[in-house]
Design a protein around this ligand. Sequence first.
Ligand SMILES: [Zn+2]
Length: 228
Amino acid sequence: MLDRFALVSNSDCHSFWPWRIGREANVLELKRKSYREVIDAICSKNPVRFRFTIETDPAYGKYHWTGHRKCNVSLSPQQAEKFGNICPVCRKKLTKGVEHRVEELSDRPLDYKSIERPGFIRLLPLSEIIAAVLGDISPSAQAVWKIYNLLVGRFGDEYTVLMDTPKEALAEVANAAIADAVIKVRKGAVRVVPGYDGVYGKLDLIETGYREEPRHGRVQQLNLEDFW
Ligand SMILES: [Zn+2]
């Protein structure tokens, strides 16, 4: 249904917290930094020019799975269907999650992947990763931003920390546990407990199986003024 469109990934700004903006990006190979070049690269849908998108794990969203917050019930689309979309605790209709709705609209299996189209990688905001390592504290805590600023100050920007900086260098500036968590997120070896009915998803640092190594070169983050 969406095949004729180029799928871009941009953060919306419905929340002003720094860890909720700039979480998504499009990685383009540009000959020149110009508006026309950006548009042409996107419209080409060619992975050589429009290399990939960066996504926050969708499970992190507040309405990813189907459930009831008050009843502490969170279900995958398949589980919810088994219950006839009725809450097993209060017997009322469940709040349908995004994954459930996507399943309803989809005409392909979950793991379908087209090789001719730009791929994607999944990352999580650095401040969320640090907060999870420090013991599930708020990403707004000063202890989190102290480490965040040290890392970004040393390596230049958040994407460089998340995607390119070697583990040893991260450990030197922050500590071994944070370095380890950043590498696990980079390799897709962590689980996000899906959000549901207004509850945000949560990073679970218990290691899962490593995904295939994402294929990308260095990602250079540009500013708007680079185009002037
Ligand atoms: Zn309920």
